[in-house]
Design a protein around this ligand. Structure first.
Ligand SMILES: NC(=O)c1ccc[n+]([C@@H]2O[C@H](COP(=O)([O-])OP(=O)(O)OC[C@H]3O[C@@H](n4cnc5c(N)ncnc54)[C@H](O)[C@@H]3O)[C@@H](O)[C@H]2O)c1
Length: 363
């Protein structure tokens, strides 16, 4: 695909105006390189709610109505429910729009292939955005691992506790969609939030050659199941091993401006360690990044550790990319398929009682 960078503001449309719009919009607000020309959502309530943000934009109940309206669109910011990603993204690419779609890319490899094929056929760019790769404490963690300041990397650990109390309001319809996804074997922890954790693993240490998993189930209400406790371990091509434990703590209150995730990343090196203490929620309220080496601990107190900033910076990366065509997309469609394969390998391993699975061989 030959991409011609834009030398004028990109004309963008938001497709889906739900909960996460509140954070994705931060990249677009006040940005001189983009003009938001349209807002699309079948919900009249959502359209009315978001219209005030963009007085110059028109609103539509469907992308097809927008496409036939005569309004010129260059790129779509796609915030659709995951079950609609494959069909929705293929449709938008078919209209000739570049696409920045939220994670997870989709549920299955055949859906991913459909999206890649649609991008190729249309000659348009497909990006699957991953905001965690733009969270400043995680970026510094990656830099610390690469700099040698904690010595040679020996291994690492990711922790995720899903808690029941605190955080912002999530529409009941979003929960229902999560439960539907869970029934399709793609749980909220391992697959939906897990997409971020697996992304950071690939971003930190590269391709993974073997995954072993033990994915549990907890019924928290009639017909409401959650995919915890779960433990997933893997080995990268470079020999570094990672382990991720997922725990459910239903009665725990966790202070958060967003979702109530208590998250940590800790890389152990031959001389010390580097640890990100929190991300989405405000679990451990020490500096968001701490680095220990040679008997000394350094705390980073002045990082931009508001989780929402990672959405702003991921979106700006996309807008900058559309104006330069330069550097990695984080993620391209193909790279996002590697994340999907990682998750599918975990499911395959768990189903086989924990046997090692190579993500490249998942079918
Ligand atoms: N990066 C992150 O951390 C993060 C966090 C939450 C959600 N997400 C992702 O963002 C996406 C949206 O999630 P959400 O939490 O905002 O969901 P949501 O349910 O709050 O919003 C989805 C919106 O899409 C609208 N919609 C449904 N069908 C549509 C159609 N055909 N055309 C246009 N709009 C349509 C709905 O009316 C709703 O307003 C999902 O892919 C989700 O996985 C990412």
């Amino acid at each position: 695909m030959s991409f011609v960078p834009y030398d004028r503001p990109v004309r963008a449309a938001f497709i889906g105006l739900g909960r996460i719009y509140d954070l994705n919009v931060r990249a677009y607000a006040g940005h001189p390189d983009v003009e938001v020309v349209a807002l699309v959502d079948p919900s009249e309530e959502r359209r009315a709610q978001r219209r005030a943000d963009w007085p110059g934009a028109r609103t539509f109940a469907s992308a097809a109505e927008l496409a036939s309206s005569g309004i010129e669109v260059d790129a779509a910011e796609v915030l659709l429910p995951v079950a609609l990603h494959a069909d929705g993204v293929a449709e938008l690419l078919g209209f000739g729009w570049h696409v920045n779609v939220q994670k997870p890319m989709c549920h299955d490899l055949w859906e991913a292939q459909r999206m890649l094929d649609a991008a190729k056929a249309a000659g348009r760019v497909l990006r699957v955005m991953e905001n965690y790769l733009f969270y400043e404490p995680l970026r510094k963690l990656k830099a610390a691992a690469g700099s040698g300041e904690i010595g040679e990397v020996c291994g690492y650990h990711i922790k995720m506790v899903g808690s029941g109390g605190g955080g912002w309001d999530v529409p009941w319809s979003s929960f229902e969609r999560q439960m539907e996804q869970m029934r399709r074997g793609r749980g909220i922890f391992v697959f939906d939030d897990g997409w971020h954790k697996l992304s950071t693993a690939l971003w930190l240490f590269g391709p993974v050659r073997e995954v072993r998993a033990w994915i549990g189930n907890t019924a928290v209400g009639p017909g409401v199941d959650l995919d915890a406790p779960a433990t997933i371990v893997w080995e990268h091509d470079n020999g570094v091993r990672g382990v991720w434990d997922i725990t459910l703590a239903m009665d725990m209150y966790l202070r958060s401006d967003y979702y109530t995730n208590d998250e940590r990343w800790e890389i152990t090196g031959s001389r010390g360690y580097a640890r990100v203490n929190r991300c989405t929620g405000r679990g451990i309220q020490q500096p968001s990044l701490e680095i220990y080496a040679d008997g000394e601990m350094r705390g980073y107190h002045a990082l931009d550790d508001d989780w929402a900033s990672s959405f702003r910076d991921s979106g700006r990366h996309w807008l900058r990319w559309l104006h330069t065509g330069d550097g990695p997309l984080l993620w391209s469609g193909d790279e996002a398929v590697d994340v999907l394969r990682f998750a599918l390998a975990a499911y395959a391993s768990s189903a086989s009682g924990g046997a090692g699975v190579n993500p490249a061989q998942v079918t």
